[in-house]
Structures are given as C-alpha cells and as structure tokens.
Ligand binder design. Structure first.
Ligand code: C2E
Ligand code: CA
Ligand code: CA
Ligand code: CA
Length: 279
C-alpha cells in the first residue's frame, strides 16, 4: 500500500478541515517542505486539437511527503492558502516553472507557454507584479511564454482590483488565463472588461458533454462567444474520444486532459517534448 501511495497521489486527495489534527500536522510539515526540497512541479501538456501539437504546459504542484508519498495539491494548497505559506510556495513554483520553460527552449525544443496557477491570496498580495517581473528577469524568459491562471471566482470577486492587476501584468507582456470558467457564475460580458487571452472551460462541463445535451449547448455557446471576443479556449479534463470529437466539431482550440496526457514529471515531460520534435 505504501508503494501505491508513492506512485498514485490520488490516494491523498481528500481535503481536511482546519480543525482536523491531521491538518495541523500537515501545516507544520508543509513549513519544512520547501527547505527540504519536498515540493516538485509536474507538467500537463495542452494540445492543439487541429495540429495535435503541444502548445503549452500547465505547472501543477506536488508534494513528495516522506511518509505519505506523492500528495496532491487539493490536500495542501488549502493549508498553504490558510496559513499564508502559499506566498513563498507560489513564488517557488513560478520560478521553477519559468526555469523549466527556459531549459526546454535552450535545448532547442519548440517554444511553448508555461501556465502557472495563482491562488486568491497570491493574486491579492501587493508584491505580485513585482515578483513576476523579478522572476522573468532572473530567468530571462520572454514574458509571453508565461501564462498566469486565476480562477473565474478569484477574477470576479473584485473586478476593479482584478482589472488593475491584470493590466499591470499585461503591460509586462505576460499572458492571462481564466481558469475553471463556468463555475463562477459570472458572464463573459463582465469578464471581457479584463485583459485576458485564454479561457479554460471547467472540467465539470466537459464531463457532462456527452451525457447532457444542454451542457453541450452551453459549451458550444461559450466557444462561439469567446471566439467573437478574440479569446483562445482550452477545454480541461478531456478523457473520452467522444468529448474530443465534439470539441473538434465546435472548433475549440486546445484541450488538456487524461485522454492525451496526465500531469508528468519534468523528466517525462521533457521526453514527450523531444519525441514530438522527432515526429
Ligand atoms: P486546476 O488548475 O483546475 O488544474 C487541473 C486539475 O485537473 C489538475 O489536478 C489536473 O491533474 C486535473 N486533470 C487534468 N486532466 C484531467 C482529466 O482528464 N480528468 C480529470 N479528472 N482531472 C484532470 P491537480 O494537479 O490535482 O490540481 C488541483 C488543483 O490544485 C488545480 O486545479 C489548482 O487549482 C491547484 N494547484 C495545482 N498546482 C498549483 C500551484 O502551483 N499553485 C496554486 N495556487 N494552485 C495549484
Ligand atoms: Ca489551472
Ligand atoms: Ca481548472
Ligand atoms: Ca480548480
């Protein structure tokens, strides 16, 4: 069972209440995780439906816990968010992801975007824009190869604030993405006030695509509207060929999902990129 836990982080994905003693233990060990080098970034390829080529990678954090094995972010991101640890951890992920993208480019692999998730607290920290600028400078990554993802609910919580921060990031040349789109009960007409490049349709919609015709209509409408607003679209959580067929038929640009790739270690992701170049 221990080996299983090591190979399959899905084993530890149940979120814990803040009153749970396990939460407090995890918070303590999370404090040390950074310095002990226990955090690692996995990369999930984003594939263009028309060309079958990888256009981007999403950085997804993992924790190699000494006893628990590989722990998924749904367990420890809430702890990090609650305790404020998300600020140093988030900065570490951002730097690691930018460095990795630079390593791929230096190796002569086809340039791609690296997408990094920002939690609500990260997005609201006063130094965010400064930190992003500093990391881009240190890693010498061209800003348009970095895409920052904020969820729809983070974006709409304070639209004026969001607009100010996103404008500053846009001025720098960084690309911006709305994650989990469709779950925040906003509307594209409100979101279009923001300088965004990409919408990611939440996987809960994709999972119902082939079983609920109303969901198919909604997704089609989102794709059409996004196109008319000049936004790119990524469908997340694509697992079945039928889902892909539908997304193809409505001209959705990019997909991310287990049908193509699961999140990969940096090593595996590099192999995938090298093989793609040969093909
Ligand atoms: P997210 O940003 O919506 O990331 C997509 C999640 O969907 C990932 O889960 C990914 O492994 C999973 N996924 C991808 N394709 C499929 C599929 O075909 N089917 C299914 N069922 N799932 C799929 P993961 O890696 O467990 O991450 C969960 C969440 O944790 C992320 O959701 C994101 O909100 C957060 N997260 C992950 N890494 C970071 C990070 O570095 N910083 C912050 N702030 N949040 C992070
Ligand atoms: Ca995301
Ligand atoms: Ca998402
Ligand atoms: Ca999410």
């Amino acid at each position: 069972a221990k080996d299983e836990g090591r190979n399959n982080y899905q084993f530890y994905t149940t979120s814990l209440s803040t009153k749970n003693p396990e939460f407090l233990t995890l918070e303590k060990s999370l404090r040390y995780a950074l310095e002990r080098n226990e955090l690692t970034v996995y990369y999930q390829p984003r594939v263009n439906i028309a060309t079958n080529k990888i256009t981007g990678m999403e950085a997804l954090l993992r924790w190699k816990h000494p006893e628990m094995g590989l722990v998924g972010p749904s367990v420890f991101i809430p702890i990090a968010e609650e305790s404020g640890l998300i600020i140093p951890i988030g900065e570490w992920v951002l730097r690691a992801a930018c460095i990795q993208n630079q390593v791929w480019q230096q190796a002569g692999l086809p340039p791609l975007k690296i997408a990094v998730n920002l939690s609500p607290k990260q997005f609201r920290q006063p130094k965010l824009v400064e930190t992003v600028a500093e990391i881009l400078e240190q890693t010498r990554l061209e800003p348009h190869f970095l895409e920052l993802e904020i969820t729809e609910s983070t974006a709409i919580e304070d639209l004026e604030f969001t607009r100010t921060v996103l404008r500053n990031l846009e001025k720098m040349g960084v690309h911006l993405s709305i994650d989990d789109f469709g779950t925040g009960h906003s509307s594209l007409s409100r979101l279009q006030l923001l300088p965004i490049h990409n919408l990611k349709i939440d996987k809960s919609f994709i999972q119902q695509l082939t079983t609920d015709v109303r969901v198919a209509h909604i997704v089609k409408a989102i794709v059409t509207l996004a196109r008319s607003l000049g936004l790119r679209l990524t469908a997340e959580g694509v697992e079945k060929p039928e889902e892909l067929d539908f997304l193809k038929s409505i001209n959705c640009e990019d997909v991310q999902g287990f049908l193509f790739y699961k999140p990969l270690s940096a090593e595996k992701a590099t192999e995938v990129l090298q093989n793609q170049r040969i093909m």
